[in-house]
Design a binder for this molecule. Structure first.
Ligand code: V47
Length: 361
């Protein structure tokens, strides 16, 4: 089917997409700058349909954020706290177990970098989950945490990751990537790892057979050039390792940070999903994260290239600390309805993006 674009600069890109040719940095910028939102979206939807048809996946999951105490003070983060502040917390073993139930497929563990916790304390969180709920798959610790454990214990990334795998971690979340721009890093998160260390952690994880995700935090002070560069860096790493499961664009929630007045627009959210699908030709899954974009935009994103909604989550803290307007969790039935309303077929998956029937086999 030929699509008629209102923006003629999309014709050339559409020809490349149809011929299965890889898009360039300039193509990425042209897509982002195009006023033809529906044209960009229909191209991305076409690519999504070729890979996944009408299927849209989700997982019955839960997030556990063991502590918000963090040695870092990233300007964009409203989740992190310091000792003595009224909002500071550390979950007890009981707190963690109270949040879990055997019907969960995945638990996503991520939290602050606690000044007094050893690597073993972090591993213990994994042990507690594994011992009490052996059937729940554990997605744990971002590259930022892995780097923190490695420095603290004077271990290599590979050693840290091997220990995590031995305790039962099956994949790593994609957090901590923020935006791979040194300019933005110096401004917003100068003490956090940048691209090179982030990439190395994921490279080592993939070598050990651990799969992982990748994210991009957008809608703050980054430029469109920096977003496209971020996507190309990830595409290059995926060419090298083939270990990434999914890509998740995270719309920045400004809260009280003062960095920007309001979150990215729905148009920007939808374009970011579409551009990600078109540029990341070697990523199977593009997630529309309802927590940051809200339910309405999230459903529309399913016609703009997204094929996954993450999950039920039940208690999201990181974005809600920054006043995200979405609910903190969603029932499985509500997620399915959202998918059906957008014309998709809901498919429940596990943490490794396998359909449930396959996973059970
Ligand atoms: O790295 C922090 C982001 C990330 C804010 O891998 C914020 O399946 C928006 O990575 N507004 C952690 N974002 C969450 C994360 C994630 C989420 C869902 C699924 C997966 C996955 C990973 O949250 C951080 C940072 O980029 N973040 N503060 C904020 N105010």
């Amino acid at each position: 089917m030929t699509t008629h674009f209102t923006d003629p600069s999309l014709d050339h890109i559409s020809n490349k997409v149809q011929a299965g040719e890889r898009l360039s940095f300039d193509d990425g910028l042209t897509l982002y700058n195009s006023p033809d939102l529906l044209g960009v979206g229909s191209m991305a939807d076409g690519v999504k349909r070729l890979r996944h048809g009408d299927r849209v996946t989700f997982v019955v999951n839960r997030q556990i954020n063991p502590t918000n105490l963090c040695v870092l003070s990233c300007k964009f983060c409203e989740f992190a706290s310091k000792e003595g502040r009224p909002d500071a917390y550390v979950l007890s073993e009981k707190d963690m177990l109270d949040r879990l139930s055997p019907d969960l497929r995945e638990v996503h563990i991520v939290g602050g970098l606690h000044a007094k916790w050893s690597f073993d304390d972090y591993l213990n969180v994994v042990r507690i989950v594994k011992k009490n709920f052996p059937s729940i798959q554990i997605k744990a610790y971002t590259a930022v945490e892995v780097d923190f454990f490695a420095r603290r214990e004077k271990l290599s990334y590979a050693d840290v990751l091997r220990r995590m795998k031995e305790e039962g971690v099956v994949c790593l979340p994609g957090g901590g990537a923020e935006i791979f721009s040194e300019r933005v890093r110096k401004e917003l998160f100068p003490f956090k790892i940048g691209w090179s260390a982030w990439a190395d952690v994921h490279r080592q994880a993939h070598k050990l057979g651990l799969r992982s995700n990748a994210t991009m935090l957008y809608g703050h002070i980054e430029t469109l050039e920096e977003r496209v560069d971020h996507l190309l860096k990830l595409r290059g790493l995926q060419d090298e390792t083939k270990g990434f499961l999914s890509f998740i664009p995270l719309a920045f929630q400004p809260g009280n940070t003062g960095i920007v007045q309001r979150p990215a627009s729905a148009v920007d959210d939808l374009k970011t999903i579409a551009v990600s699908r078109l540029m990341l030709d070697n990523f199977d899954h593009i997630k529309s994260y309802w927590v940051t974009v809200g339910e309405e935009t999230c459903a529309m994103a399913l016609r703009f290239g997204a094929d996954d909604l993450d999950g039920t989550i039940l208690e999201e803290r990181v974005m809600h600390a920054a006043k995200a307007g979405s609910p903190v969790g969603m029932a499985k039935e509500r997620l399915s309805r959202l998918i059906r309303e957008a014309g998709g077929v809901p498919v429940e998956r596990d943490a490794l993006h396998r359909d449930l029937e396959t996973a059970a086999a």
